[in-house]
Design a protein around this ligand. Sequence first.
Ligand code: SF4
Length: 364
Amino acid sequence: MPDFGGDPETHVLPYTDEVRLKTDHLYAKVSGFIPEFEWRLHAPFIAAINDLKHERNAVTHNYMTPEIYHCVGDFAGDSLQLAKEAQRTDADVIVQAGVHFMAETSKILCPEKTVLIPDLRAGCSLAASITGADVRLLKQKYPGAPVITYVNSTADVKAETDICCTSSNAVEVVEYAAKEWDSDIVLFLPDQFLARNVAAMTDVKIITWAGACEVHERFTAQDIREMREGTPGVIVLAHPECPPDVLAEADFAGSTSGIINYVKDKQPKNVVLLTECSMSDNVAAENPNVNFVRPCNLCPHMKRITLPKILTALQTMEHKVEIDADIIEKARGAIERMIALPLTRQSMYTHERAPEVMAVEARV
Ligand code: SF4
């Protein structure tokens, strides 16, 4: 196994007969997205990573590029599903091929395992919008209001949280928390658009934070109108991290798994996914009879994770995710409270009432 120094992005490995034998079956899954000349660059890294994984373990996320998602990943899903899978695996090492908050979530749920992230700069606009200190100030301002935090957040924010949520259970978690903490208002952090979209589905009063996903906040209702003009009859599916006026124009709004299930079950002729490009590509690979119109937006943070960096992480066992034990304990409580909820349905996002929140707080 070659062991390189320097910038992994400059590494090149030869495409040999051995590599071809080890990877041809994988190319069948991604040939619709990756031209052959590009595949010859990826395949040697895929073969090397998969060889090293006999000793270790790697996970991927739905938003990762197809050559990672389909060719070196062991588990796929949203950030929480990945962390739960990581908990179940008996491997000692987890390479989190996603952004930093996902690696932290894996470490929180599996503190005894070594969790590696291939690029420390793989951040997230949403997670970076708020700190644990911000949450402590909010708690002083709104005493008694339960703190609900989207899983797309850092460990120190989760540690200040009463209960976490995902986009697939956010409405139910808000209603549960208001009842459990006997409060008619809740703090819902840090995504202001998800908060507004939840507010359209519940009577609970929501205070939120001025955070947003830089991928989803860029979609507009005008984009949808133009897509419908360009492809008459196209079905538009939106993630609830998009602004409320975008959801109001869409045919369906739901979490990542909600969107995947919609496409799988309904097999629309033409569909557009208002989400990250790689997620759209990965759903397309699994639904060959559906035509995907692709005005997607790229997540620059997810794209920092590449095959050469995953290989380097496995070779060097860097970069290890470390979190203080007391933060892990508090943050795990917030995640486990959510996991323990007996939720029987996915959150629905229809705009039956105005998507208004009580306040949008920001750092002063
Ligand atoms: S897609 Fe949005 S929420 Fe996900 S990592 Fe990128 S910026 Fe963060």
